[in-house]
Write a protein that binds this ligand. Structure first.
Ligand code: NAP
Length: 480
């Protein structure tokens, strides 16, 4: 077995103080791939201390100097894409093609923020009183703690680390304990790109202990969290005591709405791609499919046919389109959602069970269900599962009301060729990300984030840089 996966604190690769480790499991084989350091509060405190010490020099660098290191990191990630992608597939389960896309999207994120850091502009503001001059300066927030989940271990940290470093902040990053290996490889890129020791640190271990240290340690000025709405709310409460800055990227329950002027078969194919990517374990993936009654039949037939043809298997194998689910718990929850729907009269049109083709691994058949009552769990809880629930609608106002009838507001998908419909839907839907005829929207230069209980703030784009900057107002009274 490979050496222990280590943390990076103050430029030193290290184990937990008590040498404790955790085995990272391959969800396709249920075997341990590698042991990783599993640390707690003391190591986290040290990482925060070194990040605080590194802050003055890092923030004094020009944005152009910081950009050179971030750009070099992006180049190294691209050079090492194949190796990092394999590690990502091994620890997370997604097909290799999706893993490669994740590494390349993340490299683009580092490159984009390298450039955007150069545009952390203040303003000159015209005074109301003679003899005064007003301006604003941008100032890095301070030490940032970044916490991410297991579904996109590289991308979700890139959306935090890259803008934080570009803004002149230093970082302590904490990946999900089950998927730290690909992020360790990204940290090797940061080090090899010349990032000074202490500027970005990586800690792996107990979520509770690390979160307690992040919340209570005054040196941490901002928490950037991606994960469940439940944990996001806990962190938000915890931040109140020190009025710590917080950004939240939380759960979603995205509607996908198909209007009768769209081609139902073509949309069904795109919808299947959007739905089953990463096994439906994507915060923005569509999870409620509202199809207009006039095209419901054609859409359903095409979606069922396409879903049945998806090739399930080990993500490292050629041609595999769907890997295993991430863990046993996720698979059990998915089965629970199906049982609940069936017990309330829903019909399973494709899949609906753990795949019997595999002796090991958390494989679940891509599933299409219909005839769902509005109170079934698939429609009221974030499913995070490879299930496509089909619903129907008749008029635009009704479908907007149904789509908005959720505490979430992350993404929404609309398929139509009618400009007026597209415009009305963009205005009417409560979602931070509106996708018109586009099944996969995220890109570094556009803002990403949710309304309502799906989050607070935006990642990516200029907003994603602003999230790591304070605005200082400078008022100058000139001599008479
Ligand atoms: P989760 O349980 O909230 O975990 C997310 C991260 O928080 C993990 O690193 C986890 O560590 C850590 N964590 C767990 N308990 C914590 C606590 N009390 N304090 C601080 N950190 C804690 O979420 P998940 O179920 O793993 O991930 C899926 C969720 O993430 C879904 O709701 C999904 O929609 C959301 N998500 C949102 C976005 C977005 O951009 N909006 C993107 C991706 C995912 P351990 O794993 O080590 O326990």
């Amino acid at each position: 077995m490979a050496a222990i996966g280590q943390m990076l604190i103050g430029g030193q690769w290290c184990n937990a103080d008590d040498s404790r480790t955790l085995g990272v499991i391959n969800p396709a084989t249920e075997e341990v791939i590698q042991e990783v350091a599993y640390a707690g509060r003391a190591e986290t405190r040290r990482a925060i201390e070194v990040a605080q010490k590194a802050m003055p020099d890092w923030m004094k660098k020009t944005s152009w100097e910081r950009a050179r290191i971030l750009k070099k990191t992006a180049d190294l990630m691209r050079e090492r894409c194949e190796a990092i992608a394999r590690i990502l597939t091994l620890e997370q389960g997604k097909p290799l093609a999706e893993a490669r896309a994740e590494i390349l999207h993340s490299a683009d994120t580092y490159e984009w923020f390298a450039e955007e850091g150069k545009r952390a502009y203040g303003q000159i503001i015209p005074p109301a009183v003679p003899g005064k001059r007003h301006l604003t300066l941008k100032h890095p927030v301070g030490v940032v703690a970044s916490i991410s989940p297991w579904n996109f271990p590289v991308t979700l940290q890139a959306r935090k680390i890259a803008p934080a470093l570009a803004a002149g902040c230093t970082v302590v990053a904490r990946p999900a304990s089950q998927t730290p290996l690909s992020l360790i490889e990204v940290f090797k890129c940061l080090v090899d790109a010349g990032l000074p020791p202490g500027v970005a640190n990586l800690v792996i271990g107990s979520a509770d202990e690390m979160a307690a240290e992040f919340l209570e340690n005054k040196a941490v000025r901002k928490i950037s969290f991606t994960g469940s709405t439940e944990v996001g709310k806990q962190l938000m409460r915890g931040c109140a005591d020190q009025v710590k800055r917080i950004s939240l990227e939380l759960g979603g329950h995205a509607p996908l709405i198909v209007f009768p002027d769209a081609d139902p078969e073509a949309v069904a194919n795109l919808a299947v791609i959007g739905k089953f990517r990463n096994n439906g374990q994507v915060c923005i993936c569509p999870s409620r499919f509202y199809v207009h009654r006039d095209v419901h039949k054609e859409f359903t037939e095409a979606a069922v046919e396409r879903a049945r043809k998806l090739k399930l298997g080990n993500g490292l194998d050629d041609g595999v389109e769907i890997g295993p689910m991430f863990e046993e718990k996720a698979l059990a929850k998915t089965l629970g959602l199906i049982d609940d729907a069936k017990s309330r009269g829903a019909k399973v049109l494709a899949g609906g069970q753990r795949s019997s083709k595999f002796d090991r691994g958390y494989f679940f058949e891509p599933t299409v269900v219909t005839d769902l009552p509005s109170d079934c769990r698939i429609l009221t809880e974030e499913p995070f599962a490879p299930i496509m629930p089909l619903l129907d609608f008749n008029n635009i106002d009704d479908v907007i009301a149904q789509a908005n009838n959720t505490p979430y507001g992350l993404a929404a998908y609309v398929f139509t060729n009618d400009l007026t419909t597209a415009w009305k839907m963009s205005e009417g839907l409560e979602a931070g990300i509106l996708c018109i005829n586009d099944p996969i929207p995220a890109t570094p230069q556009c803002p990403f984030g949710g309304m309502k209980e799906s989050g607070l703030g935006r990642e990516l784009a200029h907003e994603g840089l602003e999230a790591y900057l304070e605005t200082k107002f400078v008022s100058i009274k000139l001599k008479e």
